[in-house]
Design a protein around this ligand. Structure first.
Ligand code: NDP
Length: 343
């Protein structure tokens, strides 16, 4: 069984030589009485948060129990879609398609509960959608916007990393609700996608802006009600400067910090703006909102059926391409959900 491992902890910008393709012996039949399920991994998710798990374990690196540190040389657990090849669990049988926590590997042997394994009962949608638009990215966009941001029709919404997996879905959900939506992204190709294919009201390439505060003032002459933050830093500072009274900052991620050797000290925000404008800043972890998953999924599926939402995916092929797909997240190479097809 081939798998991708880190050679050592990664505390800065990841490079290909930090990773290795390894192999291990794995029994591809389920031992009677073990409740084991043997999976042939088909598609695996590639996500920015994995970089935290690759750092040298230390209390100063925030992780959650849902995302434990990764040990060099060991298999790396991730969300993925797989086919059951053998099972000693009565609820799963050979030929079932499932999603859950698998590995950056050809095969995985898992237990249903530990891997939060779910049978994909409908093959109505491509299997990859269960990792993006119908999976954790979609749920992150949905709960961030509705449960945390408490978005309302007509709100003026700004989203950063807007062509990314979560960001593009934030924009699509907000447009469906009748919001004014502007996104920022790192290339002209991404900006064109947001405006021409996904129906954003406006979008801009942040690399071409001299002053982000005045750029946002131009796109939001009546101020920002909700900023969905995927990146942090200067963009957060500029968004707060343009927020309306009682505006909300939904902190989904801080990707501009992830590859810095040390977490940023001090706030990029002028805190008096928070006071005078009564702004709420709230972070969230998607893993705390699994109770709304079915509700979210049925809405997203119905939007897909009626072509009101589009799935944007960035799929590369082969286990050996996982490191470059992962590094690409921090270089802005991906458009939409980053996935690697294993088999
Ligand atoms: P994306 O698909 O958005 O990929 C990452 C994108 O971030 C890149 O394409 C790039 O786009 C942008 N980016 C990379 N480096 C920087 C940088 N230094 N400054 C600004 N932008 C950068 O990833 P996801 O949609 O999976 O995740 C988006 C964010 O949401 C991440 O911060 C992630 O950690 C967070 N997240 C949080 C969850 C939660 O539970 N809170 C759940 C899922 C994701 P561009 O070219 O536009 O710069």
């Amino acid at each position: 069984n081939s798998f991708i491992a880190i050679k050592h902890h990664i505390n800065g910008f990841p490079v290909e030589s930090d990773f290795e393709l390894k192999s291990q012996h794995l029994r591809l039949s389920a031992h009677p009485g073990s409740a084991d399920i043997v999976l042939k991994n088909l598609f695996v998710s590639v996500d920015p948060y994995q970089i935290h798990r690759m750092k040298t374990p230390s209390p100063s690196h925030a992780t959650s129990s849902a995302a434990p540190f990764i040990t060099p040389g060991q298999v790396i657990s991730v969300q993925g879609v797989a086919e059951v090849v053998d099972s000693d669990d009565p609820n799963f049988e050979k030929g079932d398609f499932v999603k859950g926590i698998i590995h950056w590997a050809q095969y995985s042997v898992v237990k249903a509960r530990e891997s939060a394994l779910m049978k994909l009962d409908t093959l109505e949608f491509p299997l990859t959608y269960h990792l993006g638009i119908l999976g954790m990215s979609g749920l992150s966009a949905y709960v961030g916007l509705f449960d945390v941001g408490k978005v309302k029709e007509g709100d003026k919404v700004f989203v950063s990393a807007a062509s990314g997996s979560v960001g593009n879905l934030v924009g699509q959900f907000a447009k469906l609700l009748g919001c004014y939506v502007v996104g920022s992204a790192g290339s002209d190709q991404k900006v064109a996608l947001l405006k021409e294919k996904l129906g954003f009201d406006a979008a801009f390439n942040y690399n071409h802006q001299k002053d982000l505060k005045s750029t946002l003032a131009k796109y939001f002459p009546n101020g920002i009600d909700i900023y969905f933050d995927n990146v942090g830093d200067e963009m957060l500072e500029a968004a707060v400067a343009n927020m309306n009274p009682f505006g909300k900052v939904v902190v989904c991620g801080v990707i501009s910090d992830y590859t810095k050797p040390k977490p940023r000290k001090g706030s990029p925000i002028n805190m008096m703006e928070i006071v005078y404008k009564s702004i709420t800043i709230q972070g969230f972890l998607v893993s705390d909102y699994l109770n709304v998953f079915q509700d979210f999924k049925s809405k997203a599926a119905s939007y897909l059926r009626s072509s009101k939402m589009k799935a944007i995916e960035d799929i590369s092929v082969g286990l050996h391409n996982i490191p470059s797909a992962f590094i690409g997240l921090f270089n802005g190479n991906n458009i939409g959900k980053t996935i690697v097809k294993i088999a």
